[in-house]
Design a protein around this ligand. Sequence first.
Ligand code: AQP
Length: 346
Amino acid sequence: MDAVQTQSDANATFTPRVFSGIQPSGGLTLGNYLGAIRRFVDMQESGVETLYCMVDLHAITVWQDPDKLRHATRELAAGYIAAGLDPARSMLFNQSQVPEHAQLAWIFNCVARMGWLNRMTQFKDKAGKNRENASVGLFTYPNLMAADILLYHATQVPVGEDQKQHVELTRDIAIKFNNDFGVEFFPVPEPVIEGVATRVMSLRDGTKKMSKSDPSDLSRINMTDDAEAIAKKIRKAKTDPDALPSEAAGLEGRAEARNLVNIYAALAGQNVDQVLSDMGGKQFSEFKPMLADLAVAKLSPISEEMGRLMQDTAAIDAVLADGAARAREISAPILKRTYEIVGMVG
Ligand code: AQP
């Protein structure tokens, strides 16, 4: 077969398809839930084809204890399902069961430029001062993420604010690949960053993102926290001495207050102005217990269901195997065609 351009490539149109993923690099946080999983469920409900991955190959870009990684992968799958993802309607799978992710990532390692990756802020944040000792995988992480998305010709990628730069890099890779080989093979996907909680901040420091891998457990609400732990973490959350303002402008320069109001708004399904028109003038001593009650009411059913699902890990593994088999029906032909375009024989 001609390895360069075919008419069907040139005329390719892309049907809407959603891909996103979360790393099993620890337990799910409220940030992952509000910033990502709730959007995943919305997109599933919109009827578009959806694929959601546990990106275990990404997780090992920093050290993971093998037993904890296995546990976190299954628990993440349980979290997806408990939060409303339906394995019959969304393909749920772990990345390592679909070998085309790593294969396409290699091609993209040869498309992306060092300068592009040098600009990635997540690598700078995660490598910190110890850059020389960071894994090569952590540096090339965005190329694997581009492969995750483009392997399915996904057109929409629901993510939190912190992943926007990586989706932009994915777009650059798609455009460069198409230009280099004179094809219209890969779509240029759009990030979907919506809602009031696209960047949930640490409960201990309103300038830092809430993260699963933050050394302080008090910095985050885990999706497996019980009511007592949630209440304690919110009670201890850093705030300032002032009362809540009645309008959003009054949150200017008050990162911690803004974060708690955003979390309340996201959980209550309101916008910030609605929350402040009800809560303006209240002290944190009054607002925090209300936030804790709301968080417990919204999160407990999910954590209880996660616990129930985790009783049967064989059933979770079966969901992941089925999701991977369905995902490979899409990924295998796309990788095959990519190899042909690049000039691989066989
Ligand atoms: N704090 C957050 N607020 C809003 N969205 C968030 N996301 C993560 N943290 C927040 C979104 O969750 C999805 C999955 O993220 P990931 O696990 O693949 O990577 P991450 O962004 O690096 O998440 P963590 O929790 O901070 O993991 P670690 O600590 O392992 O690095 C993404 O859509 C992300 O935007």
